[in-house]
Design a protein around this ligand. Structure first.
Ligand SMILES: C[S@@+](CC[C@H](N)C(=O)[O-])C[C@H]1O[C@@H](n2cnc3c(N)ncnc32)[C@H](O)[C@@H]1O
Length: 357
């Protein structure tokens, strides 16, 4: 594998989970190096359409090699999904995939500053065109702010000692290199899980903070659901427990919304209604995938389906679907597609002529 390649995780499982309709409109909100996008394009028919997003300019450059007229790649954060679809004149979509986290090229390119394996400037931004770098954050943040970030996003029990050491060391010139940061952290973190570098958790924490990764995810999930047509699928692959907790809670609440206390006098129709149904159980990579690509070992795929009003045969009656695969049989697919067509609003109809943007 070269520095610029990325092995897609749970590829077949996530594309199957989208239950692709040949003429549907899909969003790959994390293009990366396009492994999932290419598989979605392969499953789509000539009338289908795929919109892909990535906040990393290097991903956008890599995506220029896909010249398929059904494909549109946009440099944007996935929290901007709604605005991107508005700009493209698209109302509803049939599926959204989020494969969150970092790509291998981001980790393997020293100057991205995301890895302690190289000595490089401490950048860590996915979108290198804007925002504060990790070095800038460490130069200006208070000790308690650094401690909070390292503790909350790195789940690091030595957060206090690390923050204290970083503030003491930053002096006039700050902490500008990954090597310097890794060495400082290693001085105060004396015990670690076997095989884990002492700075692993601190690097993860700073990266999550610099890229607002959890905020982005929390914003993107409801925005994706807002744009899904009834029967449309949301498939999310996450890589650590902080992300997975957000996805799991979001999907659970969308499928089983918390109800007010029984004594509150509300009519049944005024109670919070489910907007999604869960599709199957969480899916983990198989042993063979983990053996071939150890980075995927912590991945988990969760899938949910947008409910219609009234619910159609694809979306069930609010009960959770047992499978993550496509709907049963062609008849089911045709019905699903027909149902979706009717939900595209005239104001935001499908993009011009299948869209070659
Ligand atoms: C795990 S990689 C995706 C790999 C891709 N599925 C593939 O098969 O090549 C995650 C990608 O999501 C992008 N990303 C992460 N957070 C993002 C956000 N908030 N908005 C847009 N893109 C984001 C990263 O820049 C990275 O390229």
């Amino acid at each position: 594998m070269t520095a610029n390649t990325h092995v897609s995780v749970l590829l077949a499982e996530s594309v199957a989970a989208l239950a692709i309709q040949p003429a549907g409109i899909y969003v790959d909100a994390t293009f990366g190096r396009g492994g999932h996008s290419r598989a979605i394009l392969a499953a789509l028919g000539p009338q289908g359409r795929l919109i892909a997003l990535d906040r990393d300019p290097a991903a956008i450059v890599a995506g220029a090699s896909i010249t398929d007229p059904r494909f549109t790649l946009v440099h944007a954060a996935f929290s901007e999904l709604g605005a991107v679809l508005d700009r493209l004149g698209i109302g509803q979509v049939d599926g959204v995939l989020l494969d969150i986290g970092v790509s291998s090229p981001q980790l393997n390119t020293p100057e991205r500053g995301m890895s302690f394996r190289f000595d490089a400037p401490l950048d860590m931004r996915m979108d290198t065109t804007q925002g504060e770098t990790a070095a800038e954050f460490l130069a200006r943040a208070s000790q308690s702010e650094i401690e909070r970030v390292v503790r909350d996003y790195g789940e690091e029990r030595f957060a206090h000692a690390i923050a204290k050491a970083l503030v003491a060391a930053r002096g006039e010139h700050g902490i500008s290199g990954t090597g310097q940061l890794a060495a400082l952290v290693a001085q105060v973190v004396r015990t670690r899980e076997p095989g884990q570098h002492p700075a692993t958790r601190t690097f993860q924490a700073l990266r999550i903070h610099v890229n607002r990764e959890l905020e982005e995810l929390s914003l993107a999930l409801p925005r994706a659901v807002e744009r899904l047509a009834p029967g449309g699928r949301l498939a999310v692959i996450s890589f650590h427990s902080l992300e997975d907790r957000i996805v799991k809670r979001f999907m659970r609440d969308a499928a089983h919304p918390p109800q007010p206390p029984k004594r509150v006098p509300l009519r049944a129709a005024d109670l919070p209604q489910p907007v999604m149904s869960l599709v199957g159980k969480p899916i983990f990579p198989a042993e063979a995938e983990i053996a071939a690509n150890p980075r995927c070992r912590s991945a988990v795929l969760r899938v949910a389906e947008k409910l219609g009003n009234p619910p159609g045969p694809l979306s069930g009656k609010g009960g959770d679907r047992p499978d993550a695969g496509p709907p049963q049989g062609r008849a089911g697919q045709k019905h699903g597609a027909a149902q979706r067509r009717t939900t595209v609003t005239p104001a935001h109809g499908r993009g011009p002529g299948g869209g070659s943007h």
